[in-house]
Ligand binder design. Sequence first.
Ligand code: FEO
Length: 396
Amino acid sequence: MSARIIKENVYSVGAIDWDERHFHGYTYVTKRGVTYNSYLIMDEKITLIDTVRDGFQKEWLGNIKAVTDPSKIEVVIINHIEPDHSGGFPEIVKLCPNAQFYGTEKARAGLLKYYGVQAKNWTSVKSGASVNIGKRTLDFIDAAMLHWPDNMFTYSAYDKILFSNDGFGQHYATDKVFDDEVDYAAFMDELQKYYANILWPFSQVLAAKLAAIAKLNLQIELIAPSHGLVLRKYIPEVMEKYLFWSKNSTVNKIAVVFETMWKSTEAMAKKIVEGIASEGVDAVLFDVTKTDRTDIAAYMLDAKGFIFGSSTHDGEMLPVIAGFLHFLKGSKAKNRKAFAFGSYGWSGEAVQDIQDTVGNIAEFGEPVKVVFASTQEELDKCFQAGKEFAKKIKAT
Ligand code: FEO
């Protein structure tokens, strides 16, 4: 790719990772790939915002070279040190030894630990600090825990651009630049999946940060994250979603997530969903061994009801749902209702195991347990459990 203009004299110069399918180790399935966005501002002092993941420096530097000689960069801003954004840090330090670097103090220390490299001219900044680069003054806004303690945003009042790094990102590899250049539903799907899998645990911080930013009365025409598309058309829609999700607000829908050994727990799950449907409440049934956990989490982000099922195996829930629930409990979800169900042979610990694992993210009602396979009467009980749960979801 080449550099792409997002505003006069502001270029997107990052890299596109079309093939990435397991991002962040093995925690996030990125079915549409990933981008590592970096931005170049051509002002009196040429300024670079963020770098790219290791392995993508060639594409990134090629994009910068399409605009200017990289060694002419005088200001480098590091909004976040996670390796998907800081992989090019050692290279830019080498290429621009006299550049002035800006980031939080935690960013400085983290970069040194990651790379053993320190920029000669580094200024640690906090909210309220800024740097003048010519026509523009760039303001720094603390964004700790969005997504790591070192994060910050950078705002250009001249351009009315908020450079938000992980905030407002989406994992969406595309040669397009702006939100309105791709399919809206696909864009919003990736936005929701990203929030669920990256930012959900930090919702409380995010809600406070959104409120603080609102008080600053920033004029924002573009939000330029370091993953995915630049927000141009859909800023109001995205802000509305972020406000909703950050408050752990929910809609009347239910996720039924299960793992089964001999299809007895699966039969229970299907009856529970029938019971929910009889009340006109939306539910989606997820066999956790078949649907990727990051897609399930995306659905659950705004679901008021969580129902988890597992057969009992060696005195515990089954291993795939166990992994999923350990992953999910990190979401710190709030305001959810739940119950557990499952079949068992002789002791039936799975339902308690489920409640013990994710009791922190939902209020659990009575579990439903069945020995071996369900009788018709027991299937009716599952139907009724789903129906009563759906009524509770509608009532609260
Ligand atoms: Fe995209 Fe927290 O890194």
